[in-house]
Design a protein around this ligand. Structure first.
Ligand code: 4AD
Length: 465
């Protein structure tokens, strides 16, 4: 990262390199009146700069010592090897003997949160207190209030690079498989998933809402002659779910494709995507983290092996045998999903699996019932450590059945008339799936809270920053 910004110039003296670097003043320390140490940070990297008074009587060192933390600073100087390791930095290979110093943007002297405070856990603070040091712990809510500062931690810098890679791999894999990237409207006339979890708005006098998913329009794109489509875009859910894994706005990675082999093809794509390419890429990027706890990385073997596929019935049986009360034709609640994740891990030695053939009653109206038993559906969810990351299915492409299923769920068919009509003009059997980007990254990185993987999270209480 430094090479990108440093303008290298030959300096006088053999083997000396003169550089110019711009960064944020992460730490400033004065040693006497004539020397100051300045740690500059750029993205996840830092470098120590030594400002020592030359002919100016220590003026530059005093100026450096007076810089407020996080001010943006330009330095020009000569690269040297550090005499001693730099504390609290990620990069200690070289330091810069400063010749010129300019403050480009001065940060307020009392920042609402410190970058270091933001990275500290309560345990760190307790440990430091026991050792007689002064440390501050800033809770997640306050960190999110000052997200611009919070984002500067090395961990956050890594998280959003991982997220970018996950999205990138998703695109690359699909493009190489002949999929076309599309953008569906986010202003639509009604619910796309059924249910009331929509943000309603007035669209020039007409009732409208923010799209709960690209579901209906991605299917219509397949009917429009695109055999294989994908979309990366915002998804809006007006759920009042204050949990570690729900957001009111998240990034959906969506796929829809015409099927030859009914729903097994969609399942295979989900498995291929998530378990091989996504994982390899993520694990590579995760080297950015200083992860000392191996349990925070998913087991590579779990991903690269054949994805375990369980029928819903079998999952129900496993739960019942473990003494969990579940309705065989009902949905699994969060605790039951978590418990099943543990049972699967103990029995099959994997934290990654697919649950297939859900009861039709617990799936959206557009889901295809199984031909051998319509009480069940051609659908699946993919779980990591007992938490859902992907949901998919074969869709109903028969308009009469689609309308009947919508009506049976109390949906006003008038609001989706154009969607249902799309299947009257010749429509291939098709299926697809949706993945939540923030949720995948949260689970890949073992982060425990989805707000950490959303740049500026929107949850039921948060609309700012
Ligand atoms: O399970 P969902 O609601 O399925 C759909 O939207 C379907 N249209 C997908 C399909 O093609 N059949 O959402 C898909 C994924 C979930 O598996 C989860 O990863 C994520 O989106 N997700 C959320 N992420 C964050 N906050 C929320 N409130 C989420 N709801 C779902």
């Amino acid at each position: 990262a430094w090479a990108d910004v440093a303008e290298l110039e030959p300096a006088s003296g053999a083997g000396r390199v003169r550089v110019r670097v711009r960064g944020a003043a992460q730490a400033v320390r004065a040693v006497g009146r004539r020397v100051a140490f300045l740690v500059l940070r750029q993205g996840p990297a830092t470098v120590q700069c030594v400002v020592s008074g030359g002919g100016d009587g220590g003026g530059m060192a005093r100026f450096a010592a007076g810089l407020s933390r996080e001010s943006v600073v330009d330095v020009a100087g000569v690269v040297s090897l550090p005499r001693e390791p730099v504390r609290g930095t990620t990069q200690q290979l070289v330091e810069i003997q400063v010749e010129k110093l300019h403050c480009i943007s001065r940060a307020v002297p009392n920042l609402p949160i410190g970058v270091d405070d933001a990275a500290r856990s309560e345990e760190d603070v307790t440990r430091a207190k026991a050792a007689g040091e002064q440390l501050v712990h800033v809770g997640q809510d306050k960190r999110l209030d000052y997200r611009v500062i919070d984002l500067r931690t090395a961990a956050n810098q890594a998280i959003f690079r991982v997220q970018c890679q996950v999205e990138n791999v998703f695109r690359q894999v699909l493009l190489s498989e002949g999929f076309v990237g599309i953008h569906t409207p986010k202003l639509i006339g009604g619910s796309s998933e059924g249910g009331a979890a929509v943000f309603k708005l007035d669209y020039n006098g007409q009732a409208a809402c923010l799209a709960q998913s690209p579901q209906l329009h991605k299917q219509m794109a397949v009917c429009g002659g695109f055999g294989r489509v994908f979309e990366v875009g915002p998804v809006f859910r007006a759920e009042d779910s204050n949990t570690h894994r729900h957001l009111c706005e998240f990034v959906g990675l969506d796929v829809e494709m015409a099927l030859r082999d009914h729903y097994s093809e969609a399942r295979t794509m989900a498995a291929i995507l998530s378990c091989i390419d996504l994982c390899c890429c993520c694990l590579g990027s995760l080297k950015l983290f200083d992860i000392t706890d191996p349990s925070s990385l998913l087991y590579v073997a779990g991903y690269l092996g054949t994805t375990l596929r369980l029928d819903y019935d079998e999952g129900i049986r496993m739960l019942q045998e473990a003494g969990v009360h579940v309705d065989p034709m009902g949905d699994l609640n969060t605790e039951a999903e978590k418990k099943l994740g543990e049972l699967v891990r103990d029995k099959y030695d994997t934290e990654f699996y697919m649950l297939c053939r859900y009861p039709s009653a617990v799936r959206p109206f557009y889901t295809m019932p199984c031909s051998d038993d319509p009480r069940y559906s051609c659908s699946f969810d993919v779980f990591v450590r007992g938490e859902e990351i992907i949901s998919g299915a074969q869709r109903v492409h028969v308009p009469e059945l689609l309308a009947a299923q919508a009506e049976a769920r109390g949906i006003d068919v008038g609001t989706i008339a154009a969607y249902i009509d799309s299947f009257r003009y010749g429509a291939p059997p098709h299926g697809g799936f949706g993945v939540g980007l923030e949720r995948v990254v949260m689970l890949f990185c073992g982060l425990g809270n989805i707000r950490k993987t959303s740049l500026f999270p929107r949850d039921p209480r948060r609309l700012a920053p």
